[in-house]
Design a binder for this molecule. Structure first.
Ligand SMILES: [Zn+2]
Ligand SMILES: [Zn+2]
Length: 69
């Protein structure tokens, strides 16, 4: 018989977790180092994260990330 039905998945949809406001977000800009930042925080910190508006700089590892997936 089946081995019980305990395979309960608590998987939410693919969500992000902003490293800045520490909340789950439907979308975040991400860095390979694991840093994530939501649009709200990005806008609030835009002055510190980008100088051109073309890329944003990860505050954790310093890499430049493009504003696209
Ligand atoms: Zn945020
Ligand atoms: Zn990074």
């Amino acid at each position: 018989m089946g081995a019980g039905s305990g395979a309960k998945r608590e998987r939410k949809k693919r969500t992000y977790h902003c490293s800045c406001c520490d909340e789950g977000q439907p979308f975040c800009w991400t860095c390979p180092c694991g840093f994530q930042i939501c649009n709200t925080c990005m806008e609030e910190n835009l002055w510190g994260l980008t100088c051109s508006g073309v890329n944003w700089q990860c505050p954790d590892c310093g890499s430049l990330r493009p504003f696209q997936e």
